[in-house]
Write a protein that binds this ligand. Structure first.
Ligand SMILES: [Zn+2]
Length: 268
């Protein structure tokens, strides 16, 4: 009897995953069906909320941080006393080191405390409601001049972190469109202390999905405003640490940076 009850209890809810292998900087989309209460997902020492996707269907986008060591990881799904596990593989993305030259007007710039703290809070936004719908769009047309995940060295120095988005080259003043519907959760201006990011807009798309738009010449929205896909957020510029007019476009899941190319042209 013990054997059967244990088998049954492990099949009370069903979990599904879109991929069993992803690269550093990508994400897994996982769903749990057949439970009414919000399940938790634990992976890589993190506890992630799952969000309601439909009746008794819950979903989470599990980010793989860019510096995660390649290997096998276990996802733990917990619902009351139930637990299910799923093994996934993380593979290297083999992004090279990018050497960047900054002229003397930009080398002395460091993020201010207000910039760091306000951006950090915004990137970790988790709204239960799904605000995005349809296909995520590219915010400006133009060449991708820098990929996500490149490790970066400035003026011949050591590697300092990695590129947490993609750069899209576009002329100064080009309108920047919102990638998908959501809510403006941060606008930050150079005059307020946004010395590194420059003029900044951050959008909450709900359910842990956040997009960012940096180095703008001007900002056309205000905090708290609901925005539709394609709505103008501001204009391309090169404020903050930037060598030429471009849009830095980023995506975050539960505060972890992932590759925007996984969103562009896709529906989640
Ligand atoms: Zn960038």
């Amino acid at each position: 009897m013990t054997f059967f009850s244990s088998v049954i209890s492990h099949n009370v809810f069903l979990r599904n995953i879109d991929h069993t292998q992803r690269e550093q900087g990508q994400f897994f989309s996982v769903t749990v069906a057949g439970v009414s209460a919000q399940p938790m997902l634990n992976v890589m020492d993190r506890s992630l909320r799952m969000f309601r996707h439909a009746d008794s269907l819950w979903r989470a986008f599990v980010p793989v941080e860019n510096m995660t060591p390649p290997g096998i990881y276990t996802l733990f799904f917990r619902n009351n006393k139930e637990e299910q596990r799923l093994e996934v593989a993380v593979t290297p993305n083999n992004r090279p080191v990018q050497k960047i030259h900054l002229d003397s007007s930009k080398t002395g710039l460091h993020a201010t405390e207000i910039e760091k703290s306000r951006v950090k809070v915004a990137l970790h936004t988790e709204t239960s409601e799904q605000l995005f719908m349809g296909v995520f769009r590219r915010p400006v047309s133009g060449r991708t001049s820098s990929l996500f995940g490149l490790q970066r060295s400035y003026n011949g120095g050591p590697v300092e972190g990695y590129h947490k988005g993609i750069d899209i080259s576009a002329p100064q003043g080009t309108p920047v469109q919102c990638t998908a519907s959501g809510k403006v959760i941060l606008t930050g201006a150079v005059e307020e202390g946004f010395l590194v990011h420059g003029n900044t807009v951050i959008i909450d798309h709900g359910q842990g999905v956040v997009s960012v738009y940096l180095h703008l010449s001007s900002i056309a929205v205000h905090e708290g405003q609901s925005v539709e896909a394609g709505e103008i957020l501001g204009n391309v510029g090169h404020t903050g640490i930037s060598t030429a007019p471009h849009l830095h476009w980023g995506f975050y899941l539960y505060g972890t940076s992932v590759d925007p190319e996984l969103f562009e042209g896709h529906e989640l």
